[in-house]
Design a protein around this ligand. Sequence first.
Ligand code: OSB
Ligand code: MG
Length: 369
Amino acid sequence: MKLERIEVRRLRLPLRFPFETSFSRTEAKEFLLVSVSADGLTGYGECVADADPFYLPETNGTVLHVLRDFLAPLVFRHEFTHPRELGGVFARVRGHEMAKAALEMAVYELQARREGAPLWRVLGGRGGEVAAGVSVGLEKSDAAVLEKVENEVAAGYRRVKVKIKPGRDRSLVAALRERFPGLPLMVDANSAYSLRDLPLFRELDAFDLMMVEQPLAWDDIVDHAALQREIRTPVCLDESIRSPDDARRALDLGACRIVNIKVGRVGGFAAARAVHDTCLARGVPVWCGGMLESGIGRLANVHLQTLPGFTLPGDTAASARYFEEDLIDPPVVVSKEGTIAVPEGPGIGHAIVWPRVERATTFREEWRR
Ligand code: OSB
Ligand code: MG
């Protein structure tokens, strides 16, 4: 395959409800959409970088720079037979996983369209359905979080994750556990704590949480290993795993017992597969994280989590939880049983609604071979 054209758009989609974590509060999703064209077909990849570097270091600005000045020239210079080769093409560029992933995901999506196959087939997954979990942000009060969780449980989600931060942890978890005794429940701290908070995590052991996600620093695995040795609840790593090697090292060190896989965070589908394969070989469960993606990235996540190691529900919720109007038709819907149907059409498998993309576009640039 010889790519002929790459287009990058910046989009802004208002969220139906603000989403608050320990690191920020978001009222609109601002992201880059990468389109790649060859031989009369185009594939699409949604970038998970934000406008700011508060989750991980990359931003929409750094992604645009690295795509324009490094990754696009590299990919135009190479001819390849399968998108799995792009990891090698990009290897000289250190870091910038979200930029690499956005371009590589677009090429995978194009590959699927070339084969007339759903993305899951190119990734080595399966059709059918996947189990949906939901991520509930911080609210003004514990009562407000409880009300949100009540609604999500009624909607059918198979697992609920709530965001925590210092001062908004013990009482919230205790209240949730009292109200929902049997609910598969977990917490995500987005790196808001340190090892000095060990007593808190010992207390949380009493609440039968499925896991505690990324409690300590975004670039740490050593302290997480120390924490995991001291608590019963499984630690799950998100921010700390940015490559297949990171996953191997974290598991060797005992830094976690569960891994959250986000394609954008680990540098693409091939890397996500490699993280998945490492975990599967060691009996470590994985699940697919979310980044408040539009339907384009959301569907990519649906296809990915049909791989056999994704044994836990992901953070892939219904389009309507996030956006008044998603960019895809039909939107992603979650059944009363908490499942999402895996698309069977070519590529991501649902149509992109171009008038909505145009309306949300705030910037556009294209490069040619
Ligand atoms: O840590 O998993 C996270 C959203 C933005 C950035 C980081 C995270 C999240 C979520 C939301 O938890 C998951 C989703 O619903 O897409
Ligand atoms: Mg997380």
